[in-house]
Design a protein around this ligand. Sequence first.
Ligand code: HEC
Ligand code: HEC
Length: 282
Amino acid sequence: MRYLTAPAVALVLTTALAAQTGSGEKAAIAATPAAVTASKEDPAAVERGGKLFATNCAKCHGATAKGLTGKDNTDLVRSLYVLEDEKGILLTPPIKNGRPDKGMPPSNLTDAEIRDVAAWLRVQAYGAGHRTTYTFLDVLTGDAKKGEAYFNGAGKCNTCHSPTGDLKGVGSRYTPQQLQGRWLSPGGRGGRGAAGGSGPSRSQRTVAVTLPGGQTVSGPLDRIDDFNVAMHDSNGAYRSFTRNGDIPKVVITDPMKAHVDLLRTYTDADIHNVTAYLVTLK
Ligand code: HEC
Ligand code: HEC
């Protein structure tokens, strides 16, 4: 994650909060100069993208792209399509083709317009992500006891982890900031993790590709989009397959999927409390 200094965080945060209360037409407000500068996106592109989003997308994805109900997959600020996007490359297929079976119509935005929307979306994701960065600043204000209760209760962290097993000593291995990054960064892409403690690396995702003839090739996922899937097979050889809808069949196993799913459920208090608890695991 690209961490901000305290004053910048405060600005982005205020911006994001102000934007949440806005209506569809005000979506562009979420991209104030402070947030745009901090996110390093091109201000002109962001402004155009915000307008395009307000007209074309906000009614289904919410004014600030945080989704409408939280239960219908319309939250884009935590979508991997946005978090992992560069220059609209990942976002283009879902926007152009839509998800007709799921209620999203194809869009006729041009490539340039999609790049603008992508720039605006990354600013929203940035603002939302820095809710997390903000909590780093007072990471120790959390209640470790409540964090422990969440770990063993609602968070179900103990179904995969043990404070005396795999997580023993995490409080000594990482700074509180890094530690928080370890469990909150779903992508773990260099840029999202490098400065503050990388999330588990993406290379841990594996993929199984079943060809029309029935043969299955599986191994570590290199990259995937709506058109191609690339991987290393069991011999370590690089393999790339063209995708055409459901052919070939592709099944991704992401060891961090639980974390990605959980990310949608944490409250700010959970984040504070769990990190405060993890810090005590010396
Ligand atoms: C009529 C409603 C509607 C409109 C308009 C719409 N979407 Fe969607 N969109 C959806 C729904 C519903 C989904 C969730 C589909 C699913 O469950 O896979 C979705 C999914 C997506 C996804 C994939 C998210 C993911 O993580 O799988 C992206 C990206 C996206 N929309 C971007 C946009 C953008 C950008 C626009 C405007 C250009 C837009 N959408 C317009 C309803 C809409
Ligand atoms: C379904 C299983 C699962 C659940 C549930 C789960 N995790 Fe994880 N967690 C993982 C996996 C897999 C990794 C990656 C392990 C690795 O990189 O060696 C991981 C990594 C971590 C790490 C980084 C550990 C390190 O040494 O770098 C932390 C911290 C962590 N999880 C905390 C949590 C917390 C807190 C919760 C509950 C809110 C939670 N996890 C829920 C599977 C899970």
